[in-house]
Design a protein around this ligand. Structure first.
Ligand code: AMP
Ligand code: ZN
Length: 118
């Protein structure tokens, strides 16, 4: 088994609060939510980050992004949501299995404010 925490979540070796699963994707609640609704969407196939993706990952990346509005709608985020992909340590990435954050359920601060405060 890979040491990757998100691969372990996909395999069921670490528990998660699943919100969506299909052949290629897995989505679950973030353990430390930064908004009333905070979901992580991941491809089941491990790739460390967006910077490690190439043409062979295009289908998974497309599926991941296209799943975000569907999952957001199912979770009642009718007013909109924010999608974030942190890339690399300098981009704030802590778990090196690519994931999209989907945040919503409240009026979110403008992103430039939260970046500027770092
Ligand atoms: P990032 O900083 O973009 O790599 O985001 C990693 C996210 O994974 C953080 O928001 C963490 O709260 C979340 N996280 C870490 N471990 C778990 C876990 N076991 N279950 C759910 N979310 C997790
Ligand atoms: Zn992984």
């Amino acid at each position: 088994m890979s040491d990757c925490i998100f691969c372990k979540i996909v395999a069921g070796a670490i528990p998660s609060r699943k919100v969506y699963e299909d052949e290629h994707l897995y989505a679950f609640h973030d353990i430390q939510p930064a908004a009333p609704v905070h979901i992580l969407i991941i491809p089941k196939a491990h790739v460390a980050s967006l910077a490690d993706c190439n043409q062979s990952h295009a289908d998974d990346l497309g599926r991941l992004l296209l799943s975000a509005p569907k999952i957001a709608k199912e979770l009642g985020l009718d007013d909109g949501f924010r999608t974030i992909i942190n890339t690399g340590k300098g981009g704030g990435q802590e778990v090196f299995h690519i994931h999209a954050h989907v945040l919503g359920g409240a009026k979110l601060r403008p992103l430039v404010d939260s970046v500027a405060s770092a």
